[in-house]
Structures are given as C-alpha cells and as structure tokens.
Design a protein around this ligand. Structure first.
Ligand code: ADP
Length: 490
C-alpha cells in the first residue's frame, strides 16, 4: 500500500510529545512491512534540521487557495532517519511556521487549517495518489473534510482516511473564518450537529469532530482510552459523536520504536545493557549522577519525564518528589511546562531544591538527557489525571525502570500491578498501579515500589526484568493498522 501520513510532528525532527514518536515509529513499522510511506509536515523554523538528510526542494511553486486568493508555498523533501518527509513552507505575511514554536500561537487553528489545505493541494498537484491518508489530532482534522468536500472532485476520489486522536482535550474549536479561508464556505451546511458544529458551543465548529465524522476510520491510542472517551468524560464532549460513529471507532495501543528506544544500542547512554547484563544499568545511574551532581550512594533513583501539564497530574508529580526524598530515594525530573503558573511553580521548586544532593529538576526539553534518565532510573512515576496511551511508562519498561502509574487510559493497558493485578500471572506483572488521584494513593504505590527496592532487591530486579521482557514494539499495533487500512480500502 501507498500510505501518506499528514501530521504536525514527527520525531526527532519535530517533537513536542508522544505524537511525534508515534508518527515516526508507525511509519517505520509500515515500511518494514513493505508499504510505501511518505510524510507531509509543516516546515517549522525551529525544528531539528540536524536530523534531516538531503533536504532539497521538491515542488517549487505550490499555490494554495486561501481566502479567495492563493498563498505561494515551497515544498522541500528530505529523509528523517530513513523516512521520506515533505515539508511545506508557506510564503505569506502570516509566517505560519516561522514562530519559534510548534504550538501555542493565537492563530493555531488558522496555521493548521492552512497546513491541512496545503497538504492536499500538494498531493493533488504533484499527482500523488496514495491509498491511505493517515492524519493525526485536531491539527489535521480538516484533511478528511476537505478531501470529501473539495478534493475528491479534483482527482483525489479514491483515497481513504484513517484519523488517530492522541489527545481529546485539544479539539480545534474555531469560527466560520476557517470555512471562508479554506474554500469550504457554506456555514449553514457545516454548522449542523451531524457535521462540524461543536456539541457544546453552538457558535463554534470543531475540527476534531470533523475528523471523526468524515474519516473512514477513527482510532485513539489505547483500548481503555477508547472506552473512556466513548462512555466517560475523557472524550471532552465528543462522546456522543463517537457513539454515533462507533462502528468505525477503535482503540489501538501505541508502540514504541525499538530501534530508537533500545538500551542495548542507545547512542545517548554510556553503558549499553540488556536484561542479561542488567547489572550494567548501574553504570548509567552513576553517569547520570555525575552529570547532574547528585551524590553516589546506595539509593533508588525515581524519575519523572514528561510535559508539566494538568493532564499529567502535576500536583502528584510535585508530591512524588518530596515523598521519594523523604523515603530515602533520589529524584530526577525532566519536564517542560507551557502554562506560566505551572512553569513558575516548578522553577520555584527547582530553586528550593537546588542544593539537595539527592534531587535534580531539569526544566526544558532535552531528548538526549531523557534517554540517559530512562537508562539510569530504577522507578518511573506517571501519575496522570488522564493518559490516552502514555509512552514514558513503556519506554521505562524497556529500560528496566519499574513504572508507578495511575490506572487511567493506556496505563491500564500497559502496567500490571505486582501485588494486586488479577488478570495477569505473576510473571507478566511489571509495576505498581494506584487509582485515586490523591497523595495517599500515590504514596501507597510508590511506597510498595521503594519498599521492594530496599528490602527485596532481587525481587525488584526480577520485576524490572519482567518489564523488559514485554513486547511494546510497533509489531502488534503495526499489524492492527495494516488491517484497518485494508478494511477501509475494501
Ligand atoms: P504526551 O504525548 O502526552 O506528551 P507521552 O507519554 O505519550 O506524553 O509521550 C511523551 C514523549 O515525549 C516521550 O518520548 C518522552 O520521553 C518525551 N518527553 C516528554 N517531555 C520531555 C522532555 N522535557 N524532554 C525530553 N523528552 C520529553
């Protein structure tokens, strides 16, 4: 099959979170299965150009219809660790992708509506006729809408769309300006409840809802989160829409790329190791301690890696730092916050803990350091309020760090409590799970993990190795997506 992924991120060249990992990892898996995969991405000024090979112009004068006129674009092409990527660069006064950031601008909805339109215009003009378009999150929710309302009449009539929702919280709530800009026009048509009209704000359109309504198949990133979004509150108002379209909606657990995340061959860690040479993991712990000026003593190392956002349960992240330190452990945090109050809070904590030889808070985004922390950590905490899939617990497992997680979303599908899980045999259990979003619940799980480390080190090591043995690669999910593509093509 010929598959084109249209997305706002692709790791490592453009990565704000898990979306980038997924777009890259799934693409590689599909190629390994013999499919032809290409990616269409925005050409951000701040992306990691050092991860693109052979960047050259692929389509010089792409004129993208916009507000009754047209915007001149160039399309560049290059390889991101073997994946063929096309980058769209618009030349207009809006400077859509020259903002020094990926997201967070007031006109984000216009930036990505433009990108969605430009991606289809590029496919049409360059005579690319993929079998499948795989699009992701609200940023590209407009792609299937534009495809079926406009581009199918211009040569793109045989393309099928799979839409993956990575985070229901951000849905792209927009006004009718998007319709005029993209040439969809006809507000009376799109402002219908069975079309793009937002389920709760009657004056707004919802781009994610458009993706759900118009795609041939819709997935979210774990089976449990699919259930939560459909039946619970985590669909953030889209539950009814998912219900209407339940026949084409499913949860497919994300994988992680086993070549990128591989303790036996990770170029960012000083000492490679496997489950058979587990004792070598300690050398990475020593290296991290040296790098972060932490004291080198017989203590467990607890880590948190992730965005500092309400979604991630920041109050519990905060509490886990002090609880771990109080229990005689060390704590390393690597995270970045986009909200100023959360950012200020963690900077305050960082200053407060600055001289503590058992704690380091690194505020910012640092891919290389993340690898070393996974390799060094004994325990990784993921106390999320909600978590569509969660990659950090899966990466932690791969690196022999025992996850302590809250039982929500994909965390339920990937972490099985050593003491209390009733669905998996003891040899398949791999971490600790708590359910209530409060300090006591977190403490009870973290306490069990730390207790095992201190008092039964051999059993702790066995648990860590059991985690390493589980297969969370793209192998199974890649097969599942292949089946979905075949299904919607038929
Ligand atoms: P989300 O997509 O909600 O941000 P996931 O757990 O799905 O969370 O994916 C997070 C990915 O981003 C992981 O690969 C993690 O290692 C990485 N990551 C998150 N924050 C940082 C950071 N500050 N520095 C480096 N990598 C980070």
């Amino acid at each position: 099959m010929y598959i084109v992924q249209i997305a706002s991120e692709c790791a490592p060249v453009i990565k704000a979170g898990g979306l980038g990992d997924v777009v890259y990892g799934l693409s590689r898996e599909l190629e390994l299965r013999g499919h032809c995969v290409e990616l269409i991405l925005p050409m951000y000024d701040c992306m990691r150009y050092d991860h693109i090979w052979g960047l050259h112009d692929a389509y010089r004068d792409l004129w993208v219809p916009w507000y009754g006129g047209a915007v001149h674009c160039s399309v560049y092409c290059g390889w991101v660790h073997g994946r063929l990527c096309f980058f769209i660069e618009p030349h207009s006064g809006d400077n859509f992708f020259h903002r020094g950031c990926y997201y967070g601008c007031l006109d984000d909805h216009m930036r990505f509506a433009f990108f969605s339109k430009a991606a289809l215009e590029f496919l049409q003009k360059s005579n690319k006729r993929p079998d499948i378009l795989h699009v992701h999150d609200w940023q590209t929710g407009l792609v299937p809408v534009l495809l079926y309302e406009i581009y199918k009449h211009h040569g793109l009539g045989n393309q099928r769309v799979c839409y993956t929702i990575h985070n229901f919280k951000h849905q792209g709530i927009v006004g009718s300006d998007v319709l005029w800009a993209t040439g969809l026009n006809r507000p009376e048509y799109y402002y219908q409840y069975d079309n793009l009209r937002d389920n709760f704000n009657p004056f707004a359109l919802n781009l994610m809802k458009g993706g759900v309504v118009y795609s041939n198949y819709v997935t979210t990133v774990s089976p449990h989160h699919a259930w939560e979004a459909h039946h619970g509150d985590f669909g953030y108002g889209l539950g009814h829409t998912l219900h209407v379209h339940q026949g084409k909606f499913a949860g497919v657990l994300n994988g992680i790329d086993y070549e990128v995340w591989n303790p036996a061959g990770d170029r960012y860690i000083p000492q490679p190791y496997t489950a058979d040479t587990f004792e070598d993991k300690a050398k990475n712990k020593k290296a991290l301690r040296d790098r972060l000026l932490l004291r080198d003593e017989h203590k467990p190392l607890v880590a948190y890696i992730g965005r500092l956002d309400d979604q991630k349960g920041v109050h519990l992240v905060h509490h886990s730092i002090y609880y771990a330190l109080g229990r005689g452990a060390q704590f390393v945090l690597l995270g970045s916050a986009t909200k100023s109050d959360i950012n200020a809070h963690f900077w305050h904590e960082k200053n407060h803990l600055n001289n503590n030889p058992d704690c380091h808070l690194e505020l910012g985004f640092n891919e290389e350091l993340a690898h070393l922390i996974y390799a060094a950590a004994d325990i990784i905490v993921v106390p999320s309020n909600y978590e569509p899939c969660g990659l950090t617990q899966m990466i932690g497992l791969r690196y022999g760090a025992v996850p302590v997680v809250r039982g929500v979303g994909g965390l339920v599908n990937t972490v099985f409590d050593r003491d209390y899980d009733s669905l998996h045999p003891k040899e398949e259990r791999n971490g600790y799970v708590f359910f209530q979003p409060d300090n006591h619940a977190l403490e009870s799980a973290l306490d069990r993990a730390l207790g095992l480390w201190f008092e039964f080190p051999e059993e702790f090591e066995t648990l860590a190795k059991q985690g390493m043995a589980i297969d969370y690669s793209w192998n199974v999910p890649g097969q599942r997506y292949q089946e979905i593509y075949e299904f919607i093509r038929a």
